[in-house]
Design a protein around this ligand. Structure first.
Ligand SMILES: Nc1ncnc2c1ncn2[C@@H]1O[C@H](COP(=O)(O)OP(=O)(O)OP(=O)(O)O)[C@@H](O)[C@H]1O
Length: 200
């Protein structure tokens, strides 16, 4: 199974709980604001420790409260695309993409898949929201991740930009063949992209 996630976590007043199993492809974590979708991504990434439970991705146990397994985030091999692109402002697009890249020879194929070849010499501040998102997705892919986590990669973009990113995500889903766990609260996105929808 790509994702096996059984977690519970109390955060202030909120009790976040998820128990799900999902196969390959793109799994959408769907649900209203405040139900804990971002927190679940953070738990899978190793940035937030569950109170109880177990997380396994692509057959590798990343967290297990019962046996004390808690793989540190830098060893989980997660490609995390945050809600804001978080590009390094003082590095051009090419240097952003290659930051943390395992193999620079993968750059041309990734750039082609995301349609960002014309942006390589630009500074992040000159990019549109959709362009910056695609660069952030490229940077995550180039780190040679075992799986991808995407937090609302389509939020606050206009329709044409959303369509661009959706196409890019579909290509990543079908070409890179990495397990993907993506948060959204938009039913249309979930419908179009998901191999499997998990509702929180
Ligand atoms: N450090 C914290 N202390 C207290 N409560 C927290 C903390 N972090 C998150 N929460 C609460 O936990 C709940 C889940 O937050 P989370 O950001 O994971 O939800 P979400 O489903 O991703 O929401 P959204 O769709 O609005 O981004 C929310 O009710 C939030 O207020």
């Amino acid at each position: 199974m790509a994702f096996e996630i059984q977690v519970a976590k109390r955060l202030g007043e909120a009790e976040i709980a998820l128990d799900c199993v999902a196969g390959d492809g793109l799994t959408i974590l769907f649900g209203p604001s405040g139900t804990g979708k971002t927190s679940v991504l953070n738990m899978v990434a190793g940035l937030l420790r569950p109170d109880r439970g177990r997380i396994s991705v692509a057959g590798r146990v990343l967290f297990d409260a019962a046996t004390g397994v808690d793989v540190p985030p830098q060893h989980r091999r997660a490609g995390y695309v945050f809600q804001d692109p978080r590009l390094f402002p003082h590095r051009r697009v090419r240097a952003n993409l290659l930051y943390g890249a395992r193999d620079e020879r993968a750059l041309p194929a990734t750039v082609a898949m995301l349609g960002i070849g014309h942006l390589l010499d630009r500074w992040p501040r000159t990019l549109s929201g959709g362009e910056a998102r695609r660069v952030a997705i490229g940077r995550a892919l180039l780190s040679d991740p075992a799986f991808l986590l995407l937090d609302e990669p389509l939020s606050s973009l206009d329709r044409p930009r959303r369509a661009e990113i959706m196409d890019a995500l579909l290509r990543v889903r079908d070409e890179a063949r990495l397990p993907m766990l993506m948060v959204t609260h938009d039913p249309e996105e979930a419908e179009r992209l998901a191999t499997r929808v998990v509702t929180l």
